[in-house]
Design a protein around this ligand. Structure first.
Ligand code: AMP
Length: 218
């Protein structure tokens, strides 16, 4: 089983990726995580990716395609895998389709977590951070005991620069511009859209249903 998970920033994709990987006994592969690990390990690829990532750009298709092809050839992927953060461009999707064909692997199941921008903005702008101990709070889901003050050291909480509404809206726009063409390329009949605004446990059930429908035709 090959799962591709698409969803906007703040939609809870990481949480779902982890629980799907456990449920279906497949590795969850995040290309963003792989790049962050390469940057940390200061590999050649990490050195090249670092500046691009810092500038908020995309690493070149050739590098990403090669990295994913190598990763999915590893033994733990023999029963399938989940990809999070790949493909990020239509050429990546085309290349990936070619890799799957070459290796006689099944077509991927494409899951799209759909959450209205308004819900994401509300969720992300509710984040606060303590500037002293860096603990993260969320005024909706994980509020501090006393309003806007850190539980641990009493410091006034701040909104991080990348959680400002204008920045969040830019990130959501960039996501929609990139992902829209990829979902179109796979085609509506191949994309399973799941309501990602529900509580996480219900999102997980909806994804599992979509996966079942895709694998058994039910
Ligand atoms: P993410 O954690 O998925 O947001 O990825 C972090 C960063 O890694 C991105 O901003 C890109 O610079 C890079 N990256 C991750 N996946 C890809 C990809 N499929 N294509 C190009 N760049 C990627």
């Amino acid at each position: 089983m090959i799962l591709l998970l698409f969803g906007p920033p703040g939609c809870g994709k990481g949480t779902q990726a982890t629980s799907l990987a456990e449920k279906f006994h497949i590795p969850a592969i995040s290309t963003g995580e792989m790049f962050r690990a390469a940057v940390k390990a200061e590999t050649e690829m990490g050195k090249r990716a670092k500046a691009i990532m810092q500038a908020g750009g995309l690493v070149g298709d050739d590098i990403v395609n090669g990295m994913v092809a190598e990763r999915i050839a590893e033994a733990d992927c023999k029963n399938g895998f989940l990809l999070d953060g790949y493909p990020r461009t239509v050429p990546q999707a085309q290349n990936f389709a070619g890799v799957l064909r070459t290796h006689g692997l099944p077509e991927p199941i494409v899951i799209h977590l759909d959450v209205p921008d308004s819900a994401l903005v509300a969720r992300l702008t509710a984040r606060r951070q303590c500037p002293k101990c860096l603990k993260i709070y969320n005024l909706q889901s994980q509020p501090p005991r006393q309003a806007e003050v850190c539980d641990d050291d009493g410091t006034a909480l701040l909104t991080r620069a990348d959680d400002q509404e204008s920045v969040i809206r830019d990130r959501l726009r960039a996501y929609a511009e990139l992902t829209g063409p990829i979902l179109n390329w796979y085609g509506p009949s191949h994309v399973h859209t799941v309501d990602g605004a529900q509580p996480p446990a219900l999102v997980a059930v909806a994804i599992e249903k979509a996966v079942l429908a895709a694998t058994t035709g039910k």
